[in-house]
Design a protein around this ligand. Structure first.
Ligand code: IMO
Ligand code: MG
Length: 414
């Protein structure tokens, strides 16, 4: 059992960080393979509270190697600040951090381009985290990206930057925005690169020999499956591949090596940003979930939209990822509710025969469908201090079993 993936099964923020931190104590390698500093994990452990966006979660174990794989896009300022923050807590990750030279770099123009598109779209904007993810991945796939390896040769980097600024500045001018200064951007990026240069090293060889030697590798997914660029609620999604298959391109691990895929699911549903969310609650119960669950974004501070657990969605993400198990988080947020609903599929115009599934339509289709619910009894007592499944109130145990049945995947961690 050497390669374990931890993935978000909903719209992100499922508390993946907590699960990865738990499992990382036994992992020799923890690697990120997708996304960038749009991810936000709050990790609370014996060293303190860490709000991390890029650094893999093995940072607190001095024996663990942390890899930022080539599928990740890197905001250098964020990364440098995190390395410093970790150092201030008395830990040093720099010796153990490997950042692939293939990683694309978030440049100052990427968030600017993103802001222009978001503004132009108005009411149909995606509601991004504003970290430039869409434009940086767009530049990557259209051969206009700048990778860490491109910064080794200063002249070559300058040439690439010049081309990009020529195009991007023309856009900024047409939107009455201040164009970016070539020298200033060049110098800033070279200075930042110099600070992390020693950690820029290709991890492929290390990963492959680790696979051969049965070394425990933990793969830390960012975002959630419903934000996947292909299988998520496009265009209300993110720019990278967030599902399990993304690891092959994003880190260079063949599918045959993955033997454990843990889907992290909140006991209810949350979403930040725009887009359909069938089980959303805009009422007092939604407020209870938001307050009890402290549902405010790590990256943007935005309040998260809250609603009932949507089993149809997680049944889908379990299939698309091949979840071998579910880690169900934040069950105690439901402690005060007398009745709890679970979404089991969708219908339109009251037609409840033969419920429809998420994968049958697109984001617009989903918006036009109503969820169908089953209702179960709440447990109306605190479960915060419970540490054994058997010690949960019977209604809470029944809730977990109901989730297992509906998503057709065992829940192995609560
Ligand atoms: P973690 O790793 C929740 C959402 C944004 C927006 C959409 C696109 O903490 O689970 P982007 O900035 O990626 O272009 O925004 O995706 N989003 C997340 N939502 N958790 C995340 O990461 C997210 N990363 C992006 O809110 O709706
Ligand atoms: Mg988060």
């Amino acid at each position: 059992m050497s390669v374990t993936m931890v993935l978000g099964s909903q719209w992100g923020d499922e508390a993946k960080g907590k699960i990865v931190d738990l499992l990382s104590q036994e992992a020799e390698i923890v690697a990120r393979f997708n996304g960038g500093d749009n991810a936000g994990h709050t990790v609370i452990n014996q060293f303190g509270t860490f709000k991390l966006r890029l650094t893999p979660n093995g940072f607190s174990n001095p024996k663990t190697i942390c890899i930022i794989g080539p599928g990740v896009v890197v905001n250098l300022a964020t990364l440098i600040a995190e390395i410093q923050m970790i150092r201030q807590a008395g830990l040093d990750v720099s010796e153990r951090l490997w950042i692939s030279p293939r990683c694309h770099v978030v440049m100052p123009y990427h968030p600017m381009v993103e802001a222009i598109y978001e503004m132009a779209k108005g009411n149909s904007s995606t509601g991004t985290t504003g970290r430039g993810m869409g434009p940086v991945y767009a530049d990557k796939v259209s051969y206009n990206g700048i990778r860490l390896v491109d910064m080794v040769d200063e002249d070559g980097f300058g040439e690439k930057l010049k081309v990009q600024l020529q195009v991007k500045n023309a856009l900024f001018k047409s939107f009455n925005l201040e164009p970016l200064d070539f020298q200033a951007v060049l110098q800033e990026k070279l200075d930042q690169y110099a600070q992390i240069k020693a950690m820029v090293r290709e991890s492929f060889g290390l990963v492959q020999s680790s696979l051969q030697n049965n070394v425990a590798i933990l793969l830390e997914g960012a975002q959630g499956s419903l934000l996947d660029n292909t299988w998520g609620t496009y265009p209300y999604c993110t720019a990278s591949t967030t599902v399990s298959g993304g690891v092959t391109a994003g880190l260079g691990i063949a599918p045959k090596w993955i033997n454990r895929v843990i889907g992290v699911a909140k006991a209810y549903t949350t979403r930040v940003g725009r887009g359909p969310m069938p089980t959303e609650l805009n009422d007092a119960i939604g407020k209870v979930l938001q307050n009890e669950g402290k549902e405010f974004g790590t990256v943007t501070g935005r309040p998260r939209r809250c609603g009932w657990f949507d089993a149809d969605l997680v049944a889908f993400t379990s299939k698309v990822n091949g979840f071998t198990e579910i880690a169900l988080t934040k069950l105690d947020v439901l402690d005060t509710l007398s009745k709890i609903k679970i979404g089991v599929g969708y219908h339109t115009n009251g037609q409840k025969d033969g419920l429809a599934h998420y994968w049958e339509g697109d984001a617009h289709w989903l918006e036009e469908h109503e969820p169908e619910y089953v209702e179960v009894d709440g447990w109306m007592q605190s479960t915060k201090d419970v540490r054994q499944f058997e010690d949960l109130p019977p209604q809470a145990q029944a809730y977990v079993h109901r989730v297992e049945e509906l998503v057709e995947t065992p829940v192995t961690l609560v």
